[in-house]
Structure formats: C-alpha cells, structure tokens
Design a protein around this ligand. Structure first.
Ligand SMILES: NC(=O)c1ccc[n+]([C@@H]2O[C@H](COP(=O)([O-])OP(=O)(O)OC[C@H]3O[C@@H](n4cnc5c(N)ncnc54)[C@H](O)[C@@H]3O)[C@@H](O)[C@H]2O)c1
Length: 246
C-alpha cells in the first residue's frame, strides 16, 4: 500500500499484530505506545523484517505528547493517512466500588485517547484527501458487562465518536470505522483471566479464542483502498459471540 500508519497500543497484543500486518502490506508504521521500551523494540522488529517503522513512546491521554508524536511521524515517515487506535485499558470493578477517579482514568485512556489521536492526525488525512480511521472498541458494548461499567461506557463512546467522524468527513476521502473484538488471546485477556475476572475456559461459538491476527486481518482490510465505500460501521470480529455476558 505504501502509506504511513499510526497504530496506538502497537507494542502489544492486537495493536502489535496490526503493526505487523500493515508493515507487511508495505506501509511505514509508527508504533505509539505508553511502554517506551516495547514501542522501540517493536519498531526494531518491523525493521529487522524488512519494513519501515518508528517507535513512539507516548501516552494517548496526554494531548501534548500526542501532538508531538504525530508531528514526529509527519517529519520522519511522511504524512500519516492510516490511524488505528488500539491503546486501551480495562478495569473490572463493581459499580459501587468504582471511584470517580477510576472511572475518569479509564475514559481518559480509552475514549479521550482515541479522540486525541484522531484530532491530532485528521488534518493530515484531510490534506491528503484520503484517510482511514479504525478504532478498536469492544464486543462488551453490545450487552454491557457486569463490573466493567467504566470500560464499557468508554468503548461505547468510541463507537459514537467513530460514527460521527464518518459522517463529518465522508465527502473528503476519509472513512472511519470501529472494530469490536470478542475475546482475543493477548496479554490483556490473560491478565483478566489470571485475576479471575472472566471464567477460565470460556469459548465463543467457533470453539476457540480469537488471536490478534483475526483482528489485524479485518483492520488491514478497512485500511485498504478496497474498503473505501465502508464507513461508519461497527464490525464485530468475535467468533460468533453475540453477547458479552458470560
Ligand atoms: N483482548 C481482548 O479480548 C479485547 C477484547 C475487546 C477489546 N479489546 C481492546 O483491544 C485493544 C487492544 O487490547 P489488547 O488485548 O491487545 O491489550 P494489550 O494490553 O495486550 O495491549 C494494549 C497496549 O496499549 C498500550 N497502552 C495502554 N494504555 C496506553 C496509553 N495510555 N497510551 C498509549 N498506549 C497505551 C499498552 O502499553 C499495550 O501495549 C484495547 O483497546 C482493548 O480494550 C481487547
């Protein structure tokens, strides 16, 4: 494809698979992640495999850091036109135990972080007259999930934000879609299972957990020229699971 992509949360799990898939497709990829060492290591990994990448340590919740990161991408890789927001953090806590600070932290990372990266990058997509925004939501927004109110609320906000962006920029060559993963075998899911927050052995109808590449395949398609007529969609990639209630 030969474009420039920014992937937040690109140092682990779903984001990492997206970084690799987009790089294999010939895009230069900025790996933006809070984990500085992992972001730099992932960029090195892509370069070692023959691709072009830039490790970008940054917190998506910090607007100044995001602005600086997007400027670096434009200066060092070229104008970004593919933006994938995969950075996220989950929290399992009963509603009454949740504090305002906890709620706001989860919203800041998952929703405001997505806003920051879209807002900082969009001028480049509009300048190019071609762009792809792909935001990672969660299948949990379809049903709600007990003990995940902050996360589900933030991810539902991501869906609303994405749909609105799709309408505001539909006539300027920019699509915006959200991908809703079900249960995907990543460090996040393993931490959740390890903490006893979801039942061990849970499987969706296809009989296996998702793997990060299942999500990356969908994202790579949405990022392609072929997906230019698809916008404002919330695409469930979940092995047939239609609800998140265990
Ligand atoms: N794994 C699942 O089953 C599942 C299901 C539904 C949705 N999701 C969503 O998919 C996305 C990726 O999740 P994953 O399972 O790959 O998780 P993961 O924990 O393996 O990776 C998340 C990455 O995001 C980074 N990150 C966290 N906070 C950040 C911040 N403030 N700024 C920049 N980077 C930050 C982490 O350092 C990490 O590298 C998340 O948005 C998550 O909510 C995951």
């Amino acid at each position: 494809m030969g474009r420039v992509a920014i992937v937040t949360g690109g140092a682990s799990g779903i984001g990492q698979a997206i970084v690799r898939k987009l790089a294999q497709a010939g895009n230069a990829v900025a790996v933006l992640d809070l984990d500085a060492d992992a972001a730099l290591a992932e960029a090195k990994e892509v370069e070692a495999a023959g691709g072009t990448a830039l490790g970008l340590p940054a917190d998506v919740a910090d607007r100044e850091a995001v602005d600086a990161a997007v400027s670096r991408v434009a200066a060092e890789l070229g104008r970004p036109t593919i933006v994938v927001n995969s950075a996220g953090m989950s929290l399992h806590r009963s509603f009454l135990e949740l504090t305002t600070e906890m709620f706001e932290k989860i919203v800041r990372i998952n929703l405001s972080g997505t806003f920051n990266v879209c807002h900082a990058s969009l001028p480049h997509l509009l300048e190019e007259g071609w762009g792809r925004i792909i935001n990672i939501s969660s299948s949990s927004v379809h049903s709600g999930v007990p003990r995940m109110s902050s996360y589900v609320a933030a991810k539902a906000g991501v869906v609303g934000l994405t749909k609105t962006l799709s309408l505001e920029f539909a006539d300027r060559g920019v699509t915006a879609n959200a991908v809703a993963p079900g249960s995907v075998d990543t460090p996040m899911l393993r931490r959740t299972i390890g903490a006893g927050d979801i039942p061990q052995g849970f499987l969706p109808p296809v009989g296996r957990l998702g793997v990060p590449d299942d999500m990356a395949n969908a994202v790579a398609f949405l990022a392609s020229d072929e997906a230019g007529y698809i916008t404002g969609q919330h695409w469930s990639i979940n092995g047939g699971r239609s609800t998140s209630s265990w």
